[in-house]
Design a protein around this ligand. Structure first.
Ligand code: NAI
Ligand code: PHE
Length: 347
């Protein structure tokens, strides 16, 4: 698909490609939809085969942020930045470049952390714009990854209630022990779950095993490991229709954005009775915390994050009565909410 088709297919408002002349650093900023409010989305630093692939990823991730904001009932839209990584990237220059581009957008788009981007990088962004959440900075929004993990935990608890099973003793595989997966593992451990963990960085899995009494699963065995719930907290594109057909888990609930690699995977899981909390429902905690801070100067408390569990539970119940896969249902509800918001007076 060409880049213009990618924008049309996702119905994306704006894409900015920026390049730092001195260092060659290149970034793509996608503003997917601002009908409910300013776009929000973090900065993903990753390697891409070419600019087209980076644009496609930025647009897909920004679109998911729009649905996430809509279902979390936030006056916010969806955006995302991807920063093209390569050996020798001048990080300071690259993140300052992103900061300048965010600033040019003048408040249409707020940014923050994502894969490959933490406080250290965000401080460079903040040199060039105020439209950024630096979680650890004094007066900042607080730990967005912790908020994300709390939301995933609330959603996973709602899923467990529908298996039905208590979280205590529940066998959960956490894939990816980064900022969110590590914190989720901690919450699950505290709640008495039986934890299995996997990471492509073996030292992270070993550390989680030591900290949380977890069993280590080799990363390539994640989809074959029997468990009650699989919690993907690494990168997206994990499940295809073929792997969904053989997945031994009874439920899926994690932080990874865009977890399905193809459109049929969710249908296959639904037909097999596997309960899926859509990623853009479960992982909204960071967005809730970031957006409320940007837009209202508020710090989202635990109660606000627990609402994610209620939303997930209602969605799973409705999915059963309407016999629709939860991701398809969630997408429909999100689109309806955006369309309604766009029509309401005062916007
Ligand atoms: P991170 O970069 O801190 O952690 C990712 C972890 O996954 C790393 O430890 C990495 O080694 C591991 N990993 C990568 N590929 C793997 C594989 N194939 N198998 C096992 N482990 C693998 O990222 P973070 O911030 O924890 O985010 C995780 C996911 O959650 C991403 O998809 C991100 O977009 C999403 N997310 C993050 C939010 C946040 O607040 N940080 C909010 C919403 C979504
Ligand atoms: N990157 C996270 C997400 O995908 C958290 C985030 C939300 C960062 C909003 C910045 C702004 O939800």
């Amino acid at each position: 698909m060409g880049s213009v088709d990618v924008l049309a297919a996702a119905d994306c408002e704006q894409v900015l490609v920026v390049r730092d002349r001195a260092t060659g650093a290149t970034a793509v900023l996608a503003v997917h939809d601002t009908r409910l409010g300013p776009a929000h989305g973090g900065i993903r630093r990753a390697r891409y085969p070419d600019l087209g692939a980076a644009v496609a990823d930025a647009v897909a991730l920004a679109q998911a942020m729009t649905w996430k904001a809509a279902l979390a009932e936030l006056p916010a839209g969806g955006g995302k930045t991807v920063l093209l990584d390569h050996d020798g990237l001048d990080r300071a220059a690259a993140y300052r470049l992103v900061g300048r581009a965010v600033d040019q957008l003048g408040g249409r788009y707020f940014t923050g952390p994502d894969v490959g981007t933490g406080d250290a990088e965000l401080r460079f962004v903040a040199e060039a714009t105020r439209f950024v959440a630096v979680p650890g900075r004094d007066g900042g929004p607080g730990d967005l990854a912790a908020a994300t993990a709390s939301g995933v935990f609330a959603a996973l608890t709602a899923l467990a209630e529908r298996l039905p099973a208590p979280v205590r003793g529940l066998r959960v595989v956490v894939q990816g022990l980064g900022a969110v997966g590590w914190r989720l593992a901690g919450l699950l451990h505290a709640a008495g779950a039986e934890l299995l963990v996997a990471d492509v960085q073996p030292e992270r899995a070993a550390a989680a095993a030591a900290a949380f009494g977890a069993h280590v699963v080799p990363p390539e065995r994640v989809l074959a490991t029997p468990c009650a719930v699989l919690a993907p907290c690494a990168l997206g594109g994990l499940l295809t229709a073929a792997t969904a057909a053989a997945l031994p888990a009874r439920g899926i609930c994690g932080a990874a954005n865009n977890v399905f690699a193809d459109a049929d995977a969710a249908d296959v899981l639904h037909r097999r009775g596997v309960l899926v909390v859509p990623d853009f429902v479960a992982n909204a905690g960071g967005l809730v915390r970031g957006a409320l801070w940007h837009l209202a100067g508020e710090r989202a408390d635990d109660d606000r994050l627990r609402r994610i569990g209620r939303t997930a539970g209602e969605l799973l119940d409705r999915s059963r009565t309407e016999d629709l896969p939860p991701p398809a249902l969630a997408l429909r509800l999100a689109r309806e909410r955006v369309a309604r918001g766009a029509l309401s007076p005062g916007r």
